[in-house]
Design a protein around this ligand. Structure first.
Ligand SMILES: NC(=O)c1ccc[n+]([C@@H]2O[C@H](COP(=O)([O-])OP(=O)(O)OC[C@H]3O[C@@H](n4cnc5c(N)ncnc54)[C@H](O)[C@@H]3O)[C@@H](O)[C@H]2O)c1
Length: 420
């Protein structure tokens, strides 16, 4: 085995579970992060993120001396980069975190070492990592810059599901793309220390594009469902019944519409393709636009419901209460980051003159982004006092509601969970 000491740059939702699993597989793992709180927490054997099954694995490996965290880079046999790759205001990928991690790694590299970029990245990012290393360490034989490389550089994207990271890190298949075939082989050897899934090798550019393709595929298919929901509304057709019927076709499998697309992968990664090939990625761009516009369409439905409600019961707008059911970006979790449900609830609370009641059984207090007129309430309180009810997240507890409790005529069900 080439890589006994492994250093992981970026100890977040991807890096820390990977570090813990590599330590469990017997490696000496040095985690490097720029966040001192994360470093101190991990060195106490604790975790600073929420992920089931992670705490125990970190605790036992820190206690066994196989895992520790630091703010300062140290020599290792293999270096993994799991830092953020957000996009800038104009949807261009921001590789500044990858660059600073690469420069820190370059300062520690010696012949025989392996560097793997795992962060979701635009095509060409791994070659860019190689170029930064070659520039900083001209005495090393860098793949792509030398005929006889003495270090290996590869890309290996992550495709785990938050909430199941510890299981999926081991069981999912991995795509490994080296700058050269030998780089792919070297990287595969590292993953095979813990991987039960298949390790499939290709080149770096294809592996980068593979990750972007997976999330764009999801985005385009959700956009199709979301667009159908708009069309069906205009034509007075129940979109969920329609999709159920169409999916009886043996080769049709339409996804479900919703209030938009959330999470920090599906809503971000397709832009990396669009930014590199804007003339060609027409469908991918349009899908992003369709999904990004859906929360505003839901807001329009709410505005229409308020107008209808005013007509029906003669109240003033400020006396009308709107209840939003769900803030999390998917069912039965507490994660509000990049959630379209949060976006819709915020849009409603900022627009509506009356009170906005927010029902999210998985949190204890509202995020500070909500202003005065929004209140966190129980399911019962919302059902008793709201004139307008908007379902945004299909939590089990909402789906299980007795429909007779929904006494108002003004129900906007963005998930199709309350259909008869
Ligand atoms: N979270 C997911 O479900 C998921 C899934 C697939 C792919 N990804 C991709 O994996 C990458 C990491 O995502 P994440 O969710 O783990 O991010 P995160 O924000 O949870 O963690 C990133 C960590 O990197 C640290 N960091 C920033 N700059 C650094 C530097 N120069 N050196 C060392 N550490 C540094 C941060 O302090 C942070 O702790 C991203 O590219 C993301 O798109 C994430």
């Amino acid at each position: 085995m080439h890589s006994k000491t492994v250093s992981i740059f970026g100890l977040g939702y991807i890096g820390l579970p990977t570090a813990a699993i590599l330590a469990d597989a017997g490696c000496q793992v040095i985690g490097v992060d720029v966040n001192p709180v994360a470093v101190e927490t991990i060195n106490r054997g604790e975790i600073h993120i929420i992920e089931p099954e992670l705490a125990n694995v970190v605790a036992r490996n820190v206690a066994a001396g196989r895992l520790r965290a630091t703010l300062t880079p140290e020599p290792a046999d293999a270096f993994l980069i799991t830092v953020p790759t957000p996009f800038e205001a104009d949807h261009q990928p921001d590789l500044s975190y990858v660059k600073s991690a690469t420069l820190a790694i370059a300062s520690q590299l010696k012949a025989g070492d392996l560097v793997i970029l795992e962060s979701t990245s635009p095509v060409g990012a791994t070659e860019q990592v190689a170029a930064w290393i070659a520039e900083l360490r001209p005495e090393l034989q860098v793949p792509g810059h030398s005929d006889q490389p003495n270090i290996a550089i590869a890309y290996c994207p992550e495709r785990v599901l938050p909430g199941k990271v510890m299981a999926e890190l081991v069981s999912n298949d991995r795509v490994v793309g080296g700058i050269t075939p030998d780089c792919s082989l070297r990287a595969s050897e590292l993953y095979q220390l813990f991987l039960q899934g298949e390790c499939v090798t290709t080149n770096a550019r294809t592996a980068e594009m593979c990750k972007l393709t997976e999330n764009s595929f999801r985005d385009v298919n959700i956009a199709f469902a979301n667009e159908l929901s708009l069309i069906c509304h205009a034509l007075d057709i129940d979109v969920w019944e329609l999709i159920q019927l169409a999916n009886h076709h043996p080769r049709v499998n339409i996804l479900q519409p919703g209030p938009g697309v959330g999470g920090h992968c599906i809503a971000v990664d397709p832009w990396f393709i669009v930014s590199q090939t804007p003339e060609l990625a027409r469908l991918i761009r349009t899908a992003r636009e369709v999904n990004d516009s859906k929360p505003f369409w839901v807001l329009d439905q709410v505005k229409q419901a308020v107008a209808d409600c005013l007509m029906a019961n003669g109240k003033t707008a400020s006396a009308i209460k709107i209840a939003c059911f769900g803030l999390a970006f998917k069912p039965d979790i507490d994660d509000l980051r990049e959630s379209p449900a949060m976006q819709v609830a915020k849009l409603i609370s900022e627009w509506h003159q009356g009170e906005t009641l927010l029902v999210e059984p998985h949190i204890r207090q509202l995020p500070q982004t909500f202003t005065g007129k929004a209140t966190l309430v129980s399911v019962d309180e919302a059902l008793q006092s709201a004139e307008i009810v908007v379902l945004l997240t299909d939590h089990k507890v909402f789906k299980a509601l007795d429909k007779s409790q929904l006494t108002t005529d003004f129900v906007i069900d963005t998930r199709g969970a309350w259909r008869n």
